[in-house]
Design a protein around this ligand. Structure first.
Ligand code: GDP
Length: 469
């Protein structure tokens, strides 16, 4: 398929969703102001009818890939790019020469934060290792999730480079010249380079942009596919759980992040806020597959054990998978150690196996699940409804969009812009508006999300000429 065709298809999904966010929000606002009971009822019907028409439209859009005859190509391209990425990473991490004869990086997983946070730290290191073509040695002794190290959980990142070859590391300033360099935290890297997140490798950028609606997420998912290759016991453990809970599709994954996050880095969200989108997904799914009979399933992951009872009581027509004991081990006071690690690995695994995710992207758990999900689904950038942030990589370079339609501000707090202005985005409010600042005219505030599109950052990275597949 032509690049333009794939881009247009994805754009239509995004535009239909933006239309629905905006209109639903505006209709709700009007409804809240009505006092007359008859008017309220009429307006409720209007809102419901609009919601239903939106879902019918989304169902049609999502079915396009079933009939355009390109799906086999998409699957093939996904496989073939994944094979290329994995071969490159395998080559990178297992140099032909003795490891002490090659320039290498070292990275310490112990950032003293949560699992998702520490994995993303390791991914930032791995991204740099990939970009510069130097193997990464991961230090993980004393890791708070498994003090005896990463390699007991996942396969060793390298067979011939180990931590004994990481000693005497130089600091980042010497990254071009020194034999061993320690990669600092992403926020501490100076100078910033264009190949850091969220950029994708230039040499495969055309293919990635055609393949996927969010090429960086796909790329990160591939880095994870290599680095998080489970040890045999973990593979068995997951398989056993899969059979035990009788995991089946269709399924929506919901992640409810509470405890220490609420009021500090994120707002409290009631279960109904998540379920509204799960319900939308299922009605749309039914429209896509009118003859299919299915049970509405939700895989529920949370660090707040009370969510299970709340969800099961309020939504009796749903089957909820998920485990109170796992949620107990996820609470702040019981969070670290190997038992808790098994819980978070299970939750991320099943969230990533879902057809659709509803979660707060302020949580790294959901971002990890979304990234891993892209290893399996084809062009699945759309398979998420975040309740707060848009997707991001902590410490990333500026996240920019391009104005595709000029805009004259009419709403309070809106700013005006011309087509082709660069807008630094700070978030989508999922009500038709995004927040950001115009880098061309210096204004900031709200803007209508439907008038902009994402800019994909392309970085010059090592091109792995050794790998020909
Ligand atoms: P963030 O703080 O939500 O951005 O994500 P982090 O992964 O950095 O830290 C949160 C930690 O809380 C996780 O690593 C888990 O240990 C725990 N946690 C949070 N939510 C869940 C969940 O849904 N399931 C499980 N098992 N653990 C969770």
């Amino acid at each position: 398929p032509a690049l333009e065709y794939e881009q247009l298809r994805r754009k239509i999904e995004i535009q239909a969703r933006e239309l629905s966010y905006f209109t639903t929000n505006q209709l709700n606002k009007i409804s809240e102001k009505l006092s007359d009971a008859d008017d309220k009822l009429k307006w409720k019907n209007v809102i419901e009818r609009f919601g239903d028409q939106s879902r019918v439209l989304l169902a049609s859009i999502r079915n396009i890939t079933n009939v355009d005859r390109y799906q086999a190509w998409r699957e093939h391209e996904h496989e073939s790019l994944s094979k290329l990425m994995q071969a490159r990473l395998n080559y990178l991490q297992n140099p032909a020469k003795p490891c002490t004869d090659v320039k290498r990086f070292t990275c310490d997983i112990n950032k003293a934060c949560g699992y998702g946070c520490e994995i993303h730290h390791a991914m930032h290191c791995f991204h740099i290792a990939y970009a510069l073509g130097r193997p990464m040695i991961l230090q993980s002794s004393g890791w708070r999730y498994n003090p005896r190290g990463f390699d007991q959980i996942f396969q060793p990142p390298s067979l011939n480079c180990n931590t004994s070859m990481a000693s005497g590391a130089s600091s980042w300033d010497a990254y071009k010249t020194a034999d061993v360099v320690k990669i600092p935290l992403i926020d501490d890297i100076q100078p910033r380079t264009e190949f850091m997140p969220m950029s994708i490798p230039a040499d495969i950028s055309k293919r990635l942009i055609r393949l996927h609606g969010n090429p960086f997420v796909w790329f990160t998912g591939q880095l994870m596919k290599y680095l998080l290759r489970p040890q045999d016991w973990l593979m068995e453990f997951m398989k056993k759980k899969f059979e035990e809970i009788k995991f089946e599709t269709p399924i929506v994954g919901i992640h409810v992040r509470r405890t220490d996050k609420v009021g500090t880095e994120a707002a409290f969200h009631d279960i109904s806020e998540y379920m509204k989108y799960a319900e939308d997904y299922y009605i749309t799914y039914q429209y896509q597959n009118p003859n299919s009979k299915f049970i509405k399933r939700v895989y529920l992951a949370t660090d707040d054990p009370s969510v299970f009872n709340d969800a099961r009581t309020k939504y009796p027509d749903y089957v909820f998978y998920g485990d109170t004991i796992v949620a107990q081990s996820a609470q702040l006071n019981t969070r670290y150690g190997t038992e808790s690690l098994k819980g978070v690995l299970l939750d991320i695994h099943f969230l990533s196996l879902s057809d659709y995710l509803v979660c707060t992207f302020s949580s790294q758990i959901c971002r990890v699940a979304y990234e891993i999900m892209q290893q399996r689904v084809i062009d699945g950038a759309w398979r998420v409804q975040p309740l707060d942030d848009v997707y991001y990589f902590g410490g990333q370079n500026p996240h920019n969009q391009r104005a595709v339609i000029s805009h004259k501000a009419i709403w309070p707090n809106e700013f005006s812009f011309e087509r082709d202005h660069i807008i630094g985005t700070e978030g989508n409010h999922w009500d038709g508006f995004s927040k950001g600042s115009d880098k061309t005219n210096g204004q900031s505030g709200l803007y209508p999300s439907y008038k902009t599109e994402e800019i994909v950052n392309i970085g010059q990275m090592y091109t792995y000429p050794e790998i020909q597949i």
